[in-house]
Design a protein around this ligand. Sequence first.
Ligand SMILES: Cc1cc2nc3c(=O)[nH]c(=O)nc-3n(C[C@H](O)[C@H](O)[C@H](O)COP(=O)(O)O)c2cc1C
Length: 212
Amino acid sequence: MKNLESLRREYMSRVLRVENLHINPVTQFEIWLNEALNAGLPDANAMALSTATAAGKPSVRIVLLKHVSSKGFSFFTNYESKKAIQIKENPYGALLFYWNTFERQVRIEGPIEKTSEKESDEYFSARPEGSRIGAWASPQSRQIPNREYLDALQENYIRLFKKSEVKRPLFWGGYLLKPNLFEFWQGRENRLHDRFEYTLRSGGWEIHRLAP
Ligand SMILES: Cc1cc2nc3c(=O)[nH]c(=O)nc-3n(C[C@H](O)[C@H](O)[C@H](O)COP(=O)(O)O)c2cc1C
């Protein structure tokens, strides 16, 4: 393996100025996400989702952002997975986007709640049939004996749904993270990056520059 200590690059491509930030962090996020999408970055809507147990033991994994609005950030998953168990006992999370081509990261924190059944149904029915069967077939985060076990479950559900529509399983649906903190990070030269934090106060969003 290469010597990791010698791996470094300078972040030089852009600057972030307070006067160029939108006063609404959701709009600012949408501007950055749109730039990443328009540049064709693969998985530009992929985000690290961090959750923790009631005792504060953290876990992190990638999920896909499926909707963003002033209400929050939504993603879809199995309601019996490890993340779901953690969200149930500690309904708070953190999201992280990293768009390396743009030398940008965005962190977002806030409470998490389930989306409505209607929103989960709508998104589920828009998924390709193979993914809908996959949701039924995977006891997400549980130990399984081997690949054949998963393939057999998939085959079973394909047979079961041969003549009927693949409806959303009740153990699968959406979550909404309602942000109360954002940080926009733009890489700069000599590790002196630009960082701006938005915090939600009673009067609205406050913006502060943070030291890199
Ligand atoms: C690019 C990418 C996108 C993913 N999108 C999702 C997703 O939208 N929902 C999901 O449940 N898992 C998704 N996963 C899988 C999760 O990272 C994770 O393995 C799974 O949700 C189980 O996590 P848990 O055991 O912590 O609950 C994705 C993984 C990658 C690498």
